[in-house]
Structures are given as C-alpha cells and as structure tokens.
Design a protein around this ligand. Structure first.
Ligand code: NAP
Ligand code: HSE
Length: 437
C-alpha cells in the first residue's frame, strides 16, 4: 500500500527504557512496517528520558533517538507529538504528563497507580486541551479491556465485572498451588521476569489490582470510586495449607478484583467493589487462569457473559498495548478519554463492605475438646450463619484445624461471629477467612 506523500512521522518522546519502555522500542522496530500501514505514517522515538543515561541496557535506544535525564527535553520540544510515560511512580510521572498536556502533546501511559489515585484532573486537562490520554497498557497487560469498555461495550449496562488483575500475584499463587516454588522464590522469579512493580508490595498486597479495578469501575460505570475507600487485601497471608484445603473442597485460591451493582436500601443501585483473595470453584474458567495470565469476566445486560484472557504483565504484552494507543493517537483518534461525555465523573454510590454478601471459607484453629464444635457452630448460628460443609483435620498437641464453608451471609455477620469465637477464647490462632465465589 502506498501512503500519502508528505505524511510527517508521528514523533514520540519516550519516558522510561525499563521493562515496558524497552519492550516498546523493540516492538516499534519489529512491527515498524505494520505500524506505518495502520497509522498511515511512521511512528518514531526522538528522545528517551531515563534516570541514569550511563547505565548498561538490555535494549538499545533506536539509532536516531537520544537518551536524556531532562524531562523538559520531551515535554517542551515542539517537534514531539506524544509522550509515552513508562517511568511509573506518582509525583514525577504526574508532573511529566501534566506538563506534556500543557504543551499540547498526546499522552500514552501504563501508569495505573497515578491514574487511579490521582488521574481525574489529568483526564480533565486532556479533554479541555482536546488531547488523547490513553492507558490500554495500564490494565491487564495485553488484554484489550480499556478500548473494549470504552467502545465495544457502550451499548451495554455492565452489571458486574470481576477478574484476576495482577500477574505477579497470580504467578505466585499458581506456583504455590503446583508446589513448584514457595512464596518468596516465586516472587523473586516474577521480579526477574519483569512482571512485578518497582515496589512489589503493590502486587502482593493487592494495590496494583486495586488501581486497575478503579480504572475499570470508571470505564464500566462512568463514576469515580475514591481509591482510598476501596477495600483491598492481598496474598501475603495465603498459606500452602489453605491452598491444599481449598483444593479438597474443589477450589483454587485467586486474588480477585470485583465490582458489581447491588440494589441498596434506598431503592437505588450501589457499587460493591473490592480486591480480595477468594476461593474460585474449579468449574469456573477463572480458577484455571494460571501464571502471569489475567482474566476478566464481564456481565452486561445486552451481551450477557463475556470472558477476556491474556498475559497480564511483561515487556512485549504490555508494550503492544501501549503501541496500540500510539497508533490511535497517530491516526488522530478523538479525545474520548474516559469513554463518557463528561470528564468530571460523579462520585460512585458505594455499598459498605460489611454489607456485601458472600459464602465464606473459614479455617479455625481450636483445642480438640468435647463441645468445641458446638460452641463454634453456636457462634455462627447466633449471627444466623448456616454451615454448608465442614472438615476436621488431625492436629498436634491437642490443637486442630477445623474448616467451614458457609452459606451466603454478610461480611458483617461473619466478622461478628469470629469476634464471638475470639471473645469466648475458642481460637488458639487468628481465624483465616476468605470469600468463596
Ligand atoms: P522499570 O522496568 O522499573 O523501568 C522504569 C524506567 O523508567 C527505567 O528506564 C528508569 O530509568 C525510568 N525512570 C524511572 N523513574 C524515573 C525518573 N524519575 N526520571 C526519569 N526516568 C525514570 O518499570 P516498568 O516495569 O517498565 O514499568 C513502567 C510503568 O509501566 C509503571 O507505571 C508500571 O506500573 C507499568 N506497567 C508495567 C508492567 C510490567 O509488566 N512491567 C505492566 C503494565 C504496566 P533507568 O533505566 O535509568 O533506571
Ligand atoms: N505488576 C503488574 C502485574 C504489572 O504483575 O500485574 C502489570 O500491570
């Protein structure tokens, strides 16, 4: 195909030459011809911002690009059309994007932490300046969920969305489940493979998944769910013992991010959202999503059930998503950045976490004495919690683990019954309690 003569290249200022930035440089070279045909022009990197220009690198910058440690060399260069922000972190990334938007540049970013914790002002600025601020690479790596929510599903009302949104923690849980690696070794490997955040506690404590969930809530519901109010727990406390016990009941333990519409007491709809480890039954596809893979299940009023699956982290899967945003910007895509006509999204109506309903897996460690089962069951019955299944394992020194699977109840009732057990001195160790999907 011949492209129109004189189409000037789309010039990119790339911030970051680490895992994702390096992947983007590789892909721009590997897919150069295809990209040119799709965008209608060449996409070229003029300058690359790094922390240390003298560092030895796995990926060399393109021949015509220069490394710099001066952010203004990207944001203030009139020849640069777009900033690709792939440095991560909050303050410097925010300043960089803010300045680029002030200077009339489109922005492509993978920075879910910034966009979730403090992104609305940037989206508003982009919209006011008629600039693209795109973030396909920020959510679930290679899975094209951002554009899907923004475009393909706009004819639907999304009633629930849940998934595995963090590759690192899914990799760790998968390795622990197969028995190949322990927690620390699996985390180290995820870091070596370029999956983990610079601060891996963001991955294992659930915050990275929470950042992505906040972005998905905006895209699905057109509301702002304040990040600080989202209930978040991670996988740090998951033991091999619980993984094995869950297997006995037919479940896998996964770190889940979920939002769903729930009828509230005022006759309206509130959003129940959170990130939490959960037992997922083997009959669900989600239970079989392993390694660095992510998956998202969307329930929508017209489409019904949809399932998306793909690599959630890593250099090329993430860079491919960032490159798709650059191609869109180079083609002159509209600045429909939030997917909603007004960029100042209203606040979400939030269902208090304690009011959410679920079945629970509860592992209790108790003294093996007559009546203990009656007392535990009594503490649950007092909160109207009904037990669905129960197993007792042999223990040591007269201390035994008892595992209950409950019928559906509220988190409030579950917490109160555990409090009753603690107050009655029934537990020799803190209870382990996870939701069951
Ligand atoms: P990374 O490997 O640590 O690379 C970061 C790059 O940014 C490095 O080249 C570093 O320079 C540069 N940098 C960092 N802070 C800087 C600063 N203040 N000024 C100038 N340059 C700076 O990180 P990454 O894994 O590519 O992640 C980048 C972003 O993508 C993050 O927002 C992350 O959340 C997101 N993301 C990552 C993945 C993944 O699989 N890794 C997936 C999705 C999204 P030096 O090389 O000189 O140190
Ligand atoms: N650290 C993130 C993960 C990278 O493991 O999922 C992808 O966003």
């Amino acid at each position: 195909m011949n492209l129109p003569r004189g189409q000037k290249p789309f010039v990119v200022g790339l911030a970051g030459l680490g895992t994702v930035g390096g992947g983007l440089v590789r892909l721009l070279e590997e897919n150069a011809e295809l990209t040119r045909l799709r965008a209608g022009r060449d996409i070229v990197v003029k300058r690359i911002l790094v922390r240390d220009a003298a560092k030895a690198r796995e990926v060399s910058p393109p021949a015509d690009a220069e490394l710099t440690t001066d952010a203004a060399a990207l944001t203030d260069d009139p020849e640069i059309d777009a900033l690709a922000e792939l440095i991560g972190g909050i303050d410097q990334a925010r300043a960089l994007i803010d300045r680029a938007l002030d200077k009339g540049k489109h922005v492509v970013t993978a920075n879910k932490a910034l966009l979730a914790e403090d992104g609305l002002a940037l989206f508003k600025k982009a919209e006011n300046n008629n600039l693209v601020l795109r973030c396909e690479a920020a959510v679930a790596g290679a899975i094209p969920i951002v554009q899907t929510m923004k475009e393909s599903l706009t004819g639907n009302r999304v009633t629930s969305l849940l998934g595995i949104l963090n590759g690192t923690s899914n990799y760790i849980l998968s390795e622990m489940t197969t028995g190949n690696l322990d927690f620390d070794t699996a985390l180290k490997q995820a870091q070596e493979l370029g999956y983990a955040e610079a601060d891996p506690s963001l991955d294992i404590d659930g915050h990275d998944a929470a950042h992505k969930l906040i972005l998905l809530i905006r895209l699905a519901h057109g509301v702002d769910y304040p990040y600080a109010t989202l209930p978040v727990s991670g996988i740090r406390g998951i033991s091999v013992m619980d993984i094995r016990l869950a297997e006995e009941f037919g479940y896998h333990i996964k770190l889940i991010g979920r939002v769903r519409e729930v009828a509230d007491t005022r006759g309206g709809m509130s959003l129940e959202a959170g990130v939490f480890p959960a037992l997922v039954h083997n009959r669900y596809l989600l239970a079989r999503v392993n390694g660095v893979y992510n998956a998202i299940r969307v329930e929508a009023n017209a489409a019904g059930s949809l399932f998306f699956h793909g690599r959630g982290a890593g250099a090329l899967p993430t860079a491919g998503a960032a490159l798709s945003d650059l191609v869109a910007a180079a083609r002159g895509a509209p600045a429909d950045n939030t997917g909603f006509a007004r960029p100042d999204l209203p606040q979400a109506a939030v269902l208090p976490w304690e009011d959410g309903r679920s079945s629970f897996y509860v592992r209790l460690t108790v003294r093996d004495r007559p009546g203990v089962l009656r007392d535990l069951a009594g503490a649950m019955a007092a909160e109207e919690i009904s037990v669905a299944q129960m197993i007792q394992k042999s223990g040591e020194g007269g201390i035994v683990p008892l595992v209950f699977m409950t019928h559906e109840t509220t988190t409030r009732a579950m917490n109160k019954s555990l409090e009753r057990m603690r107050d009655a001195g029934l537990l020799t160790e803190p209870a382990v309690c996870h939701r069951v999907l």
